[in-house]
Design a protein around this ligand. Structure first.
Ligand code: ADP
Ligand code: MG
Length: 171
């Protein structure tokens, strides 16, 4: 049976991981958190001194998950998306969160100073959305509000319905 590949992207704190894991729990799709995968395999190619974080080795990440992607049925969670092969994804969701909510979430995650400000600014400038729109066909890119638990539930229901419909249409 063919199953779709989904990308969930957006600024840190918008709810990608919560949503992605919940979709996986309610379907038979496999969830991949690219940040965790990179950490587990130290798939890095350097260190960004300014942001004090390792730099992702994008080619090794792609090699690592290519086989799974070609089988289908994968949910990929990452805050950036322009380096993934375009052919991987059947649909792309960009989660969006208003500043006041996002600020509180990032602060409680321990973000402060420049890192906090930069992430809020990315959300204001809709960096993730524009990256997705320039990397994938516009018609497969969808923005979803992720401000409240009700938003989370609604998004979850809609995505699960979409997956079920895709499976019907493609098998
Ligand atoms: P990301 O993976 O995009 O960084 P997370 O899924 O880790 O985001 O969510 C960050 C925090 O925000 C978590 O504490 C989560 O419970 C909360 N959160 C995420 N989405 C929502 C939402 N729609 N409504 C309320 N809280 C949310
Ligand atoms: Mg996450």
């Amino acid at each position: 049976m063919r199953r779709p590949n989904l990308l969930i992207t957006g600024t840190p704190g918008v709810g990608k991981t919560t949503l992605g894991k919940e979709i996986a729990a309610r379907t038979d799709l496999t969830y991949i958190n690219v940040g965790d995968l990179a950490k587990a395999g130290t798939l890095y190619e350097g260190f960004d001194e300014e942001y004090e974080c390792p730099i992702l080795d994008e080619d090794r990440v792609i090699d690592e998950i290519e086989d799974k992607m070609s089988n289908g049925g994968v949910i990929v969670d990452y805050h950036s998306c322009d380096f993934f092969p375009e052919r991987w994804f059947d649909i792309v969701f960009v989660l969006r969160t208003e500043n006041s909510f996002l600020y509180d979430r990032l602060e409680s995650r321990g973000y402060k100073g420049k890192k906090l400000q930069d992430n809020i600014q990315c959300e204001i400038f809709q960096t993730a959305y524009e990256e997705a729109m320039s990397s994938y066909k516009e018609e497969i890119v969808h923005q979803l509000s992720s401000n409240t638990p009700e938003d989370m539930e609604r998004n979850l229901d809609q995505i699960i319905q979409w997956i079920e419909q895709w499976i019907k249409d493609n098998n």
